[in-house]
Design a protein around this ligand. Structure first.
Ligand SMILES: C[S@@+](CC[C@H](N)C(=O)[O-])C[C@H]1O[C@@H](n2cnc3c(N)ncnc32)[C@H](O)[C@@H]1O
Length: 324
């Protein structure tokens, strides 16, 4: 379980991710499978005027989808999205967001939602507490659908590849740290100039040694790949450093370092969040204990598609009617 500081750091890292207002979910790789369909079939099963809670909503990809569906099908849904990160998205009628809100401690009355949903979010939280809260806020007879990262699924495999690329191109070879240190040495003034120059020379030599392999480490990266973007940015910055004042070069190198650390944290969290069959059995038991009866979780993404990789677990549940 995350301690308080780790949790705050993770929330901060997600806030950075959503800060540019992107609405898409974390995984946008080619997959030939529509998550939209999965959600629309669920929304179709809900009554008119349903109150829907989207847990770990991010910038509200699924919350917005629910509103679109509601508009098209005249469902008059009331959608609420909760995330512990800062949420950056367009307001719309029928949609309310609660940023900086943990799904382990929801600020809602018991039995206030007809449906609880989550897409690649629920599993990042402390599962026991989040399960109890989901059960608490669901109305008797209310429905639940969770899409959950699957161990060895396409989303997680893609994240592992991206993480390995970043580590190989920028981190493990010391390139980012060397450039940042050289930038700091260019800023420094005062005594011990010879020592600084010696240190600088050694770092520059090391960079010259590792640079020829960087291209190979980035092979297979698409244009949006963070490892590719950060490496390109850093190397261009360094090549043109004479065009900037040294303080700015250092500030930008530190920014790359912060962004890289944030990216590593998110992708590691995704790996950690991915659930096995055994985890899912435990999850179903946990929901049962709080009055939510789940169907057997199914792996989605691969149905009838031969070698198509699985994407996620889909868990459907219903809050039992005869509750206290
Ligand atoms: C992979 S993103 C998915 C976001 C969104 N559901 C989507 O499909 O685009 C995971 C989200 O879970 C949120 N999250 C992780 N742990 C959380 C917690 N304990 N409470 C609330 N939000 C959490 C993160 O801030 C992040 O926005």
């Amino acid at each position: 379980m995350q301690n308080k500081d780790n949790k705050a750091a993770a929330a901060h890292s997600w806030s950075r991710y959503w800060a540019d207002g992107k609405g898409v979910t974390c995984y946008t790789g080619a997959q030939g499978f529509s998550l939209e369909k999965i959600w629309k079939s669920f929304f179709a099963s809900l009554p008119k005027g349903a109150h829907i809670l989207d847990l770990a909503t991010g910038n509200g990809a699924v919350a917005h989808l629910a509103c679109q569906y509601s508009d098209t099908e005249n469902k008059n849904f009331h959608v609420t999205g909760v995330d512990y990160a800062a949420i950056r998205t367009q307001p719309r009628a029928g949609l309310v967001f609660h940023p900086q809100t943990s799904i382990e401690t929801l600020p809602f009355d018991a039995q206030s939602f007809d449906a609880v949903i989550s897409q690649y979010g629920f599993e990042y939280a402390a599962i026991e507490a989040a399960t109890a809260e989901a059960g608490r806020v669901l109305k008797a007879g209310g429905a639940m659908r969770l899409l959950i990262h699957a161990q060895n699924g396409a989303v997680v495999t893609d994240a592992q590849t991206r993480l390995a690329r970043l580590r190989a191109a920028l981190l493990d070879n010391g390139l980012l740290s060397d450039i940042k240190t050289m930038a700091a040495l260019e800023v420094k003034k005062g005594p011990q100039k010879a020592r600084r120059l010696n240190h600088y020379k050694k770092l520059a030599q090391h960079c010259d040694q590792v640079l020829p392999d960087v291209g190979a480490h980035l092979q297979g990266a698409d244009g949006g790949d963070s490892a590719l973007k950060l490496t390109r940015f850093l190397l261009t910055l360094w090549a043109h450093r004479d065009d900037y004042v040294p303080d700015d070069v250092l500030a930008k190198a530190i920014e790359v370092e912060t962004e890289a650390a944030s990216y590593v944290m998110r992708l590691e969290a995704m790996n950690h969040a991915a659930q096995s069959q055994k985890d899912m059995d435990k999850l179903v038991q946990g929901f049962k204990a709080v009055g939510v009866v789940c169907e057997k979780p199914v792996l989605i993404g691969s149905e009838g598609k031969g070698s198509q990789p699985v994407l996620a677990w889909c868990v459907d549940g219903k809050r039992t009617v005869g509750r206290e």
